[in-house]
Write a protein that binds this ligand. Structure first.
Ligand SMILES: NC(=O)c1ccc[n+]([C@@H]2O[C@H](COP(=O)([O-])OP(=O)(O)OC[C@H]3O[C@@H](n4cnc5c(N)ncnc54)[C@H](OP(=O)(O)O)[C@@H]3O)[C@@H](O)[C@H]2O)c1
Length: 322
């Protein structure tokens, strides 16, 4: 099969297309003939950062795919050859075939194209886990999500709105802010030209999904209302921030965070079941849609990652494979 390898740590040029044997599905796994793969920030870190694993020259990036099931390993109960699925994978998505535990696959929602479905798993699983399961966002409670036009942001805006919560966001240009508001955010603030704390301090937030960290941390803590929850999923402005402990005590705040990629199959399978039960109906009725900025052919994975790093996109970037 054709697959993109991270041949060494570096820029987009280290992503090379190679011919490799297709994986063989183990017990409980299915082999997917990949139609499309979604890009995620983590793919860029896997390629460029020494802190992330994958320096062997044999790592295939990619955390989500869609496609048809080509073969089933022993003990697979739900799926059969030919089923159309999308799946959360733990690497290996930038390839013509990938083997994945059957519990990490979900059916392609009715009326959605196979390619579009590749835009769903990573962001929906992440938002469900952090905003709804951990953050316990309730209808009517306010959510602030930074990075409103990121793959995560566009999903969080739609899911929170669909489940009855007003959503607020930040983004780096006025155009991106207006776009977030057209998607359903109550208000978006351009963090490069305005102070989001000033903009939101009158109303306060119940839950904050934060990918920024750094200097935004103390502002986030001040913005949280009593019993508020802050969940970190990255720290793009810096890993260190100032936290006023008295704010945490007096408002009984919960400050936590998570990383989805290293979680085990049992955890991801359980999460997939929750997503299918609680979020898939929102996708089926059109309340949560894949927001696709553009699609590249698999061989242009480097260009696709370059676009992601430039920040020029809104929503998801996909690789079309088969
Ligand atoms: N922990 C987990 O399990 C998990 C899972 C999935 C994703 N994530 C994280 O979630 C984030 C979004 O992922 P994605 O794949 O959707 O990426 P993406 O589409 O590339 O989005 C990155 C976002 O970060 C914002 N951003 C970048 N630098 C910033 C800065 N200095 N200050 C404020 N905002 C900044 C960008 O906003 P502007 O362009 O408007 O500046 C953009 O909206 C990434 O940080 C990723 O690592 C974590």
């Amino acid at each position: 099969m054709k697959a993109i390898l991270i041949t060494r740590k570096g820029g987009p040029e280290v992503l090379e297309m190679h011919q490799l044997p297709a994986p063989v599905p183990a017990a409980g796994e299915v082999l997917i003939r990949v139609a499309a793969a979604g890009l995620n920030r983590s793919d860029v870190y896997s390629r460029s950062s020494a802190v992330y694993g994958g320096a062997s020259g044999l790592d295939i990036p990619g955390l989500e795919v869609s496609g048809h099931i080509e073969a089933c390993g022993p003990e697979v109960v739900r799926w059969k050859k030919g089923d159309a699925v999308c799946a959360l994978v733990t690497g290996g998505g930038y390839a013509e075939y990938v083997a994945v535990p059957e519990g990490q696959c979900l059916p392609v929602p009715n009326g959605m194209s196979l390619v579009e479905a590749a835009a769903l798993p990573e962001t929906i699983f992440t938002v469900w886990l952090n905003v709804f399961r951990t953050g316990k966002l309730q209808p009517g409670e306010r959510l602030l999500v930074h990075g409103g036009t990121s793959g995560i942001g566009v999903t969080a805006i739609q899911m929170a709105k669909a489940l009855g919560s007003p959503v607020y966001t930040t983004a780096g240009t006025d155009e991106k802010c207006r776009w977030c508001e057209s998607l359903g955010a109550k208000k978006a603030v351009n963090y490069k030209t305005a102070d989001f704390e000033e903009a939101f301090k009158e109303i306060g937030m119940d839950v904050i999904l934060d990918m920024t960290g750094g200097d935004f941390t103390e502002k986030n803590i001040r913005l949280l209302r009593t019993d508020g929850r802050m969940i970190f999923i990255n720290s793009m402005r810096g890993r260190k921030g100032v936290i006023d402990i008295s704010e945490i005590m007096s408002k009984r705040l919960v400050v936590t965070g998570s990383m989805l990629k290293p979680r085990d199959t049992a955890f991801k399978t359980q999460l997939a079941a929750e997503v299918e039960k609680f979020v898939w109906p929102l996708v089926a009725n059109g309340a949560v849609k894949p927001i696709i900025y553009t699609t590249f052919p698999l061989k242009q994975a480097g260009e696709a990652q370059q676009l992601m790093e430039s920040g020029g996109h809104i929503g998801k970037i996909l690789l079309q494979v088969n």
